[in-house]
Design a binder for this molecule. Structure first.
Ligand code: GLC
Length: 441
């Protein structure tokens, strides 16, 4: 009886004070719900890239990640056209110390500088040899600094030579084997009135001119900077001949005087309009120049860049873009997951099929569906295997700036080839000597 009464009075007390128990319970439930909801809110990773890179990236890569990986979203910020300006924007953001970018989309030449400055996370332990087995050794080389990994390749690139198959065939000519033959064929097609211009290349003072020029240097058997010894070869006769070769194409009317202001897109539009016999550019031109509204659809081919008859070498510049993670990112784990996802062969396939870019996953070069759409991919793979890497050194940004300035001065006749390359060599040696002493970086 007593027990019963006790129970009843306890029950009554509970009902009088129930809210005291319920309120903390409700509060706790609210906190837990919020925490769970928060942990499921997608993390947005921001990345900056050039304007031409943006549409296919958004449509194929970011879209694939955003739909298949609900926890992570990639926001692609469209930057200006030139790789130099993108590099400057990243650099400024890192120097200011409050970078809005989590992922860093880097040209093949940037990783050493960014890594040396301490702006990138070291990814060496995050990727096993097995994870990286599908990429080419050259592409991987461009992502390393002091033997550590900072950048994983998303797409590769290599300089190629386009020519008008229809015009060469009609004139009974074979594709050129040397730069001298290229010029001779170009002149004869110009004389026949088939094309206004013979040969297009990128001569504006920007990174594209460096990429174009390393191919000509190589084709004349010269070198720019030996990355191992930091020796500079710009004032050697081979390099001076390479500059003179480019100058002669303008002087002889084979290349328009405008090449000294052209970037890739200027040259593509002239070639695509049917106004030139040869174009040095990158594989992205192929699908664009084959669009239904192109004047040269189905009339052109792509081949490896040629070298001078005075040398046994020929050069194709290795290009390409890859992802690293900003040290300041608040979401390094998600950024890592995104890189793993975006560099998978299956994710890359629709992207490269659409944009005509070179894959970073080697298996795609010979993938049946890729080859059915782009018969030139196996050739591209062979060209890429021979491609020259611009020197992967921490002082690359300053070195290319020096080269671009003096090359431009020579191409626009402000200096002779010899004056320009001697001055460029002198400045580059000063830069690298300072670096050796631990001064510049
Ligand atoms: C392409 C290449 C890149 C190069 C640039 C020059 O984007 O992939 O490596 O630096 O062209 O304009």
């Amino acid at each position: 009886m007593v027990g019963m009464r006790h129970l009843i009075s306890q029950g009554r007390r509970f009902w009088q004070h129930w809210w005291k128990f319920l309120l903390p319970g409700l509060l706790l439930l609210g906190i837990v719900t919020l925490a769970v909801a928060n942990s499921q809110a997608p993390v947005t990773l921001r990345v900056l890239m050039t304007a031409p890179d943006t549409p296919p990236w958004r449509e194929y890569l970011a879209e694939a990640l955003n739909t298949r990986q609900h926890r992570i979203r990639v926001e692609v910020v469209e930057g200006p056209n030139s790789p130099n300006l993108i590099e400057d924007l990243y650099t400024t953001a890192f120097l200011l110390g409050n970078s809005p970018y989590d992922l860093v989309y880097m040209d093949v030449t940037w990783a050493p500088k960014f890594a040396a400055a301490g702006w990138l996370r070291d990814l060496t332990e995050d990727f096993s040899t097995q994870d990286l087995a599908g990429f080419s050794p050259q592409d991987m080389e461009g992502g390393k600094y002091n033997g550590r990994l900072y950048r994983v390749p998303v797409r590769s690139d290599t300089g190629v030579l386009y020519y008008r198959r229809d015009l060469l065939e009609a004139a009974g000519l074979s594709p050129p084997r040397t730069l001298e033959e290229l010029v001779a064929i170009a002149k004869s097609l110009q004389q026949r009135g088939d094309v206004r211009w013979g040969y297009l290349w990128q001569g504006r003072q920007y990174e594209g001119s460096t990429a174009m020029f390393v191919e000509i240097i190589q084709g004349f058997d010269g070198f720019w900077i030996d990355p191992q010894t930091l020796e500079v070869g710009l004032d050697q006769p081979e390099v001076i001949r390479a500059v003179d070769f480019l100058r002669s194409t303008i002087a002889e009317g084979v290349s328009p005087a405008g090449v000294t202001t052209y970037v890739e897109e200027d040259t593509r539009l002239i070639f695509q309009n049917g106004d030139a016999a040869f174009l040095r550019s990158w594989p992205y031109v192929f699908p664009l120049a084959n669009q239904p509204d192109s004047a040269i659809r189905g009339k052109f081919e792509m081949m490896p860049m040629v070298g001078s008859e005075t040398s046994s070498r020929r050069g194709s510049c290795l290009g390409g873009w890859g992802l690293g993670i900003a040290k300041t990112s608040k979401h390094p784990q998600e950024a890592l997951e995104a890189i793993r996802f975006l560099t998978k062969a299956a994710v890359q396939k629709p992207y490269i099929l659409k944009a005509g870019y070179m894959p970073s996953q080697r298996s795609l070069f010979t993938d049946p569906e890729v080859v059915a759409n782009y018969a030139h991919y196996p050739t591209l793979k062979a060209i890429a295997d021979q491609a020259v890497l611009r020197p992967p050194i921490a002082q690359y940004a300053q070195a290319t700036d020096i080269l671009q300035r003096y090359l431009s001065a020579a191409l626009t006749n402000q200096l002779t080839a010899e004056q320009a390359m001697q001055a460029a060599a002198r400045e580059t040696r000063l830069l690298l000597d300072a670096a050796r002493r631990g001064g510049a970086s």
